[in-house]
Design a protein around this ligand. Structure first.
Ligand code: CA
Length: 285
């Protein structure tokens, strides 16, 4: 796993492979920027969106959907115009959106956290293609990585405060969850972002763990671990022209001056080839 872009992000997050544009989408939540990285040229473009940006997904009708503080917005990358779609938690001024992703039917799921990340004041929401918002789970402390099995019948979800990955049976027609169960508990770092590959295995980013890992969710068994030179590993996507390139984001946020001296690449973008094929980002709408 080697550094491919010196992003020096405060809180790099939300890696997704945009297959239509052959770009890695990612965000710097605390740095208030959305990014598009081209692995062929090595060029990264970014836009200052002016507030905490939790995650960003491509939209079927063009442009991108992102979560900004406690609202969903549409972004036109070319004009940089932001258009408000929906808001949540107007009664919770110290909450913000965190990680989010689309299900196989184009619903955008995204969760919130309280900025101090110490109490279960967050929730998980679903933005429907008709722009209505449903609150699906409450009592969440640090809403984080989520993804679906390749057939869409299972949703995987991380509340980092639990250090666990949970699974739900997923009703694709109605976008509803049932049969919640814990499938993985991490001891080497805190589970953060997550992605599912084409074989249905789960990749987990280990915050404060200097690593990512790949798991068989049916057995709760770890298959592989990949080490990185920085502690705060935040999200993973598998993309590239053949969907066999790993991309990993990281963070500088919260590290001491001594930590940063020991980890000069903290906040950068990392990559490696893999034999395992990933799945491109699902679009909203
Ligand atoms: Ca995260």
């Amino acid at each position: 796993m080697h550094q491919v872009f010196s992003a020096q992000a405060q809180l790099g997050e939300g890696a997704l492979w945009d297959a239509d544009h052959q770009r890695l989408l990612w965000v710097d939540i605390v740095g208030h920027r959305v990014h598009r990285y081209d692995p062929v040229s090595g060029i990264d473009q970014s836009i200052d969106v002016g507030n905490y940006v939790g995650s960003m997904v491509p939209a079927r009708g063009g442009g991108l959907i992102l979560t900004l503080l406690r609202s969903f917005y549409h972004l036109d990358w070319e004009t940089q115009e932001l258009r408000l779609l929906a808001s949540v938690e107007s009664d919770r001024p110290t909450n913000r959106f965190n990680d989010g992703k689309c299900d196989p039917r184009g619903r955008f799921w995204a969760g919130t956290l309280e900025l101090a990340e110490s109490k279960p004041a967050g929730a998980l929401y679903c933005l429907e293609p008709d722009l209505t918002v449903r609150k699906v789970l409450s009592g969440i402390t640090v809403s984080n990585g989520l993804d679906w099995s390749p057939d869409g019948s299972t949703m995987y979800y991380i509340d980092s405060a639990t250090r666990a990955v949970t699974a739900f049976d997923y009703d694709l027609d109605h976008g509803t969850l049932s049969h919640r169960r814990q499938i993985i508990h991490l001891t080497d770092g805190v589970p953060d972002g997550m992605t599912v590959d084409s074989e249905g295995m789960i990749w987990i980013a280990h915050w404060d763990g200097y690593r990512i890992s790949r798991w068989n969710p049916a057995q709760g068994a770890r298959l592989q671990t990949f080490e990185l030179p920085v502690a705060r590993i935040t999200s993973i996507a598998i993309g590239g022209s053949d969907l066999r390139q790993l991309f990993v984001t990281s963070a500088r946020h919260g590290l001491s001056a001594a930590d940063l001296r020991a980890q000069p690449l903290a906040g950068d973008l990392f990559s490696a080839r893999t034999e395992i094929q990933g799945l491109p980002a699902r679009l909203f709408g």
